[in-house]
Design a protein around this ligand. Structure first.
Ligand code: ZN
Length: 277
C-alpha cells in the first residue's frame, strides 16, 4: 500500500514512475468523480459506482476494495455509501469531503448527517477546492468554481419571486439546495432512497403536500417512481423529474449529460413546479 510519505518521496526524486501518468483517484460516485476530473485533467479517476446504479446501496466487489486500497486518493462523503465507509476505515489516503463543509443535520425525522452537498453549487465549489488541495500542483479549481458561480447566479435569479417555496422530493437529497435558495423540502423518504414510509406516514405526507399547495411531486431517474406517483395521485399533484445527480445512466452520458446540464434541467423543473416568473 502507498503511504503519503512514500508518495511524496516518489514524486520528490522523480525516479521510476512516469511523471506524466495521472494520479490514481478513486471516487465513490458521480459528482465526486466529475469534480476531480474537472479540477485535474491529468488525474486517472475511477468512479466506483457503475453507470445507472444508485450509489447509496452500492456493494463493493473484491476488485473495488483493491482499487480503494491501491489508490493515491480516495474521495468519499461519510454516510453516503456505508460499504465504502467500512472499506476506508484504516485508510491514510481517503478524504471525507464533508469535513469542513458544516454538514446539515437531519430534520423532519431524517436522522444522521446529510451528505448531498453537491446539490448546492457553492458547497460543490468548496468541495472542488478541497479536492484541488489534495491533488496538489496538477490541479486548479478556478474554472470549476467560476462555472459553479454562474450556475449559482442562475439559480438565485431563476428561483426569485416564485409563487411557492415548497418542493416535494422523492428522497431527502435536496436539503442543501433548499438551504441555499430559501426553499422548504418535504421528502417522501430519508437521506437514502431505500426506506419506504408506513401507510400512516404516507397519509401524513399527502396531507402535508395538499396543505402546502404543492403542484408537483418530484421523482428521480435512478429510483422507482411508484411512491412519488402514489403521493401525487392522492394529493392531486403531478409528477416530474428532479435529478439528485447521484449517478448518470448510460443513455444520459451518451447524450452528453453532465452535472451542469442536469442542474439546469433541475432549475427548469423547479421553476415550473414553483410558479416562478
Ligand atoms: Zn441520496
Amino acid at each position: 500500500m502507498f503511504g503519503a510519505a512514500a508518495l511524496a518521496l516518489a514524486s520528490g526524486c522523480g525516479g521510476g514512475e512516469d511523471p506524466a501518468a495521472g494520479r490514481a483517484v478513486v471516487a465513490a460516485f458521480y459528482p465526486l468523480a466529475f469534480a476531480a476530473e474537472h479540477v485535474d485533467a491529468t488525474a486517472d479517476v475511477t468512479n466506483l459506482t457503475p453507470a445507472g446504479a444508485e450509489p447509496h446501496d452500492l456493494e463493493l466487489t473484491a476488485r473495488d476494495v483493491e482499487r480503494v486500497r491501491d489508490a493515491e486518493l480516495v474521495l468519499y462523503l461519510r454516510g453516503f455509501v456505508p460499504a465504502l465507509d467500512d472499506a476506508v476505515r484504516d485508510s491514510a489516503t481517503a478524504v471525507d469531503l464533508l469535513d469542513g463543509l458544516e454538514p446539515l443535520e437531519g430534520a423532519d425525522g431524517k436522522t444522521g448527517v446529510d451528505p448531498h452537498v453537491w446539490l448546492d453549487p457553492m458547497r460543490y465549489a468548496a468541495l472542488g477546492e478541497r479536492i484541488t488541495e489534495e491533488l496538489g500542483e496538477t490541479a486548479d479549481a478556478a474554472g470549476f468554481v467560476e462555472e459553479l458561480e454562474e450556475l449559482d447566479r442562475d439559480f438565485r435569479t431563476g428561483l426569485s419571486g416564485c409563487e411557492r417555496r415548497t418542493i416535494v422530493t422523492s428522497h431527502a437529497a435536496f436539503g442543501y439546495l433548499a438551504d441555499a435558495y430559501g426553499l422548504e423540502q418535504i421528502a417522501l423518504t430519508g437521506f437514502s432512497p431505500g426506506a419506504e414510509p408506513s401507510a400512516r406516514a404516507l397519509e401524513e405526507l399527502v396531507a402535508e403536500v395538499e396543505e402546502e399547495g404543492a403542484t408537483t411531486v418530484f421523482f428521480e431517474t435512478l429510483v422507482s417512481p411508484e411512491l412519488a406517483r402514489t403521493v401525487a395521485r392522492e394529493a392531486g399533484a403531478r409528477t416530474a423529474v428532479l435529478d439528485p445527480l447521484e449517478g448518470l445512466t448510460d443513455e444520459a452520458r451518451a447524450a452528453g449529460a453532465d452535472y451542469f446540464g442536469v442542474m439546469r434541467e433541475n432549475l427548469a423543473a423547479l421553476r415550473s413546479a414553483l410558479g416562478c416568473p
